[in-house]
Design a protein around this ligand. Structure first.
Ligand code: OSB
Ligand code: MG
Length: 368
């Protein structure tokens, strides 16, 4: 398979509701959307790097020229034997995994379409639907939080993840736990604490949380290991895990007992699958995280989450929670806490081109 041309767009899509985390509030997404063309077929992927580097280091204005001027020229116009060859040809460049991932993921879609296979099946997945929960942003009040939890439990979501930050943690969780004694609850701090806050993190032990996601620094493993040895609740690592090697080291050090896999954070499907496999070899469950993706990114996540060690509910909830109108023609909607896997070759979804045209702020075609 040869990548004959590429189209890179930047689109802007308004969120239905602001999404607040410990690092900020998002009201719209600015999404790079890549189309790779070859053999009369098209492969699609979305980038998840943000306008400002608030989650990890990568950010949109740095990623776009890198993708156009360094990464795409390494892989266009040559015969590629398989998607692994994309990762291999980009490995010479350090870091920048989200930028690499957009190309690798679009190529997996193209590749799967050329083989007329669903992406999930090529990755080794079996399931026809994946278990999902929701990630709820920080709300204005306890009452608003209670209402959001109730709405999503009523919709059948299998677990509720609550964003926390210093000052919005133990009191809020105590309240939610009292209101919902049987709910599967987790929290996500997005690196808002340090070991100096251990008294707060210890207090969370009493609320029967399934895990505490990324309490400490975005690039830390060592302090997470120390924390894990001093609390009973499992730690789930998100930001800290960029590769299979990070995963192995974190699990050898007991820095956590659960891994949130985001395909773009680790550089693409190939690496995501290796993270999945090494976690499995440690007996550690994984789940599929999200970055507020549009339908293309969401479909990629769903296919990845068909692999067998994705045993905990992920964040890949219904598109209608995020947008008035999605960028794909298909509806990605959960039923009773299960998201059906889109059928058909590749990621199994098609672009709503007229709508994407309306959202497009930049559009460029790149040739070898
Ligand atoms: O930490 O998982 C996170 C969104 C943006 C950046 C980081 C995170 C999140 C979410 C939302 O939790 C997950 C989703 O609904 O897509
Ligand atoms: Mg997280």
């Amino acid at each position: 398979m040869k990548i004959e041309s590429a189209e890179l767009r930047i689109i802007k899509l308004k969120l239905l509701r602001p999404f607040q985390t410990s690092f900020g509030t998002e009201t719209e997404r600015t999404i790079p959307l890549l189309t790779l063309c070859g053999e009369g077929l098209e492969g699609y992927a979305e980038g998840v790097m943000e306008v400002r580097p608030l989650y990890r280091e990568e950010f949109l204005a740095g990623a776009i020229p890198l993708i156009k001027e360094a990464l795409l020229p390494q892989v266009m116009g040559i015969d590629l034997a398989n998607p692994q060859e994309i990762s291999a040809r980009l490995a010479m460049f350090r870091g920048n995994r989200m930028a690499k991932a957009i190309i690798e993921m679009a190529f997996w879609d193209l590749w799967a379409k050329s083989l007329e296979q669903p992406l999930g099946r090529l990755l080794g997945g079996q399931r026809a639907a994946i278990p999902v929960g929701v990630s709820l942003g920080i709300q204005k009040s306890l009452e608003a939080t209670r209402e959001q939890v109730q709405i999503h439990l009523d919709q059948g979501y299998q677990r509720i993840k609550l964003k926390i930050k210093p000052g919005w943690d133990t009191q809020m969780i105590r309240f939610v736990r009292e209101e919902f004694p049987d709910a599967d609850l987790t929290v996500d701090a997005n690196s808002a604490y340090s070991l100096a806050d251990i008294h707060i993190l210890r207090e969370l032990d009493q609320f029967r949380l399934d895990y505490i996601e990324q309490p400490l620094a975005y690039d830390d493993i060592i302090d997470h290991a120390r924390l894990q040895s001093q609390i009973s609740t499992s730690i789930c690592l998100d930001e800290s895990i960029l590769s299979v090697e990070d995963t192995r080291k974190a699990l050898e050090l007991n820095a956590g007992r659960v891994i949130n896999i985001k395909v773009a954070r680790v550089g693409g499907h190939q690496e995501a699958r290796r993270v999945h496999d090494v976690a499995q070899s440690f007996g550690v469950p994984v789940w599929c995280g999200g970055m507020l993706e549009g339908g293309v990114g969401r479909a990629h996540n769903i296919h990845l989450a068909t692999l067998p060690n994705f045993t905990k509910p992920g964040d890949t909830s219904s598109s209608s929670r995020y947008w008035q109108q999605d960028i794909i023609n298909e509806l990605l909607e959960t039923k009773d806490g299960w998201m059906p896997v889109p059928q058909g070759p590749g990621i199994g979804v098609t672009l709503n081109r007229p709508f994407i045209d309306l959202l497009t702020v930049v559009k460029e075609t790149i040739r070898p």
